[in-house]
Design a protein around this ligand. Structure first.
Ligand code: BG6
Length: 474
């Protein structure tokens, strides 16, 4: 353990110093913060549409127009980021704001908005990390089948090329997708995203087209010879077996294939995991592809891996045979397992297992060529967080500080063991609109008081993060 102490008693003792230039910041997405869902020429995306159809599916009946108003307040918000120590910030571009129909004509007002955001970030000393797709399919393209339809892959390639051309002179960290498995799960398996299907065949096709779109965007980026890096952001959930019984180990391996290696392997290695391919073949569920697709994926792997980590996945061998008439799901192959005594986030119902972040990083080092990576999301959601306000209206979120600190200790250890991890981004900067959970679980360093004209107030954790970033450690 390195302990830095300058001998000056005013200087804090830094027990966990991070490498120089470490990226400190946070992440969010366009639909979750912008608001202005129907303004300045933006086209509808699936969230705008689904909310119109079924507002009851959204917590408190709150929809995407009520995202945190960054569209109007980006200057003040970026100043606040600086105030709490950010040197980098990840946001996404709204595809349907830039291309209201998903392809074809560009909306100049969107170009103006993203130019202003990028310029303001740079002027403020915050590096923009830009993601192209965060769950927000333009409605016009969903009406053509969304990611089920190969035409949408072509449209995405056109959209990505436009973004690189318009903003690539100033943005040098690009991401093709955020958590690409989530729209597969939500939209095609478990009914928490539009189009609310439960159809394994479509899920596999959607996953394959998403992966292909990522490789094609990477190819486009490289052909443009821009001076930057391009990657993908994956939510990785280490799969822990209940025991070392071979059947439990097998269950964990299959869960890992479905939920981690499905996107991690093609993104980093350019190949799909053979055990997953075998399962899909045996089920008669291989996706439709065209000649050359696998070559594009093989030749266009990422430069930089973003890892989102919230919780582990604990599994055990199935205890009963699956209903042969039920729709096929990955859970056909394993059961979930609640480990006795596991530590829980009592405010969100997710397990907290800090060492999971280290296990993921070591896996990247040992099995994925120690590719350059960073923690692109980590965070703790809290229901009813206003109850933790003190008499000055500041949320005393000591649980969030502890959460970050305990995860960072493991990230620090991974760095000491040689993992090529370059930064830590928190989910998220300010409380934001979170899909069907709307504002149920608050994650921000900054509280947003919706009823009080969207007032922003830095939480205790925001001030703590400022010190952390300034000291480059704690
Ligand atoms: C992350 C997503 O996995 O979880 C975010 O990338 C999302 O978009 C976040 O908002 C929190 O989810 P929830 O359901 O707890 O609000």
């Amino acid at each position: 353990m390195i302990v830095l102490n300058s001998g000056d008693s005013r200087q804090p003792t830094i027990r966990y110093p991070f490498p120089q230039g470490f990226w400190w910041g946070s992440a969010t997405s366009a639909p979750q913060i912008e608001g202005a869902a129907h303004l300045d020429g933006k086209g509808k995306n699936i969230w705008d549409h689904w909310y119109e159809q079924e507002p009851n599916r959204f917590y408190g009946g709150v929809g995407p127009t009520d995202a945190s108003q960054f569209y109007f307040r980006y200057e003040e918000d970026i100043e606040l980021m600086k105030e709490i120590g950010h040197n980098s910030f990840r946001f996404s571009i709204s595809w349907s704001r830039l291309f209201p129909n998903g392809y074809g004509e560009i909306n100049q007002k969107a170009v103006d908005f993203y130019n202003k955001v990028i310029d303001k970030l740079i002027e403020t000393g915050i590096e923009p990390f830009v993601n192209l797709y965060h769950f927000d399919m333009p409605l016009a393209l969903q009406e053509k089948g969304g990611w089920e339809n190969r035409f949408v892959v072509d449209c995405y390639e056109q959209y990505s090329a436009a973004c690189f051309r318009l903003f690539g002179d100033r943005v040098s960290k690009w991401f093709t997708h955020n958590e690409p498995i989530v729209p597969v799960e939500g939209g095609y398996l478990y009914n928490f995203h539009y189009p609310n299907e439960c159809n394994f065949t479509k899920a596999v096709q959607v996953a394959f087209h998403t992966m292909l779109s990522s490789a094609r965007a990477i190819k486009t980026y490289r052909e443009m010879k821009l001076d930057g890096k391009i990657g993908i952001i994956l939510n990785l959930t280490p799969s822990y077996p209940r025991s070392s019984h071979p059947a439990d180990l097998e269950a964990a391996r299959i869960a890992d294939a479905f939920f981690n290696r499905s996107f991690l392997d093609p993104s980093v290695k350019g190949t799909f995991p053979s055990d997953l391919v075998e399962i899909l073949r045996a089920e008669g569920q291989l996706p439709v592809m065209q000649e050359g697709d696998l070559r594009v994926i093989a030749e266009n792997t990422i430069d930089l891996l973003g890892i989102n980590y919230y919780q582990p996945r604990r599994v055990k061998a199935r205890e009963s045979l699956p209903n042969p008439h039920a729709p096929l799901l990955p859970e056909h192959y394993f059961d979930y397992y609640e480990m006795p005594g596991r530590k829980m986030n009592p405010y969100r119902g997710w397990e907290i297992y800090e060492k999971g972040i280290y296990d993921l990083l070591i896996n990247v080092k040992e099995n994925y060529g120690n590719i350059e990576c960073f923690i692109s999301e980590n965070g703790i959601g809290v229901e009813n967080e206003a109850r933790f306000q003190d008499e000055n209206g500041i949320i005393q979120d000591d649980y969030r500080i502890e959460f970050v600190r305990e995860h960072l200790k493991w990230v620090h250890r991974a760095i000491q063991e040689g993992v090529n991890v370059k930064g830590y981004h928190m989910w998220t900067f300010m409380d934001n609109w979170s899909w069907i959970n709307a504002y149920k679980n608050r994650y921000g360093f900054i509280a947003v008081d919706i009823a009080n004209n969207w007032k922003r107030t830095v939480k205790k954790s925001g001030w703590w993060f400022k010190k952390l970033a300034e000291n480059n450690g704690f």
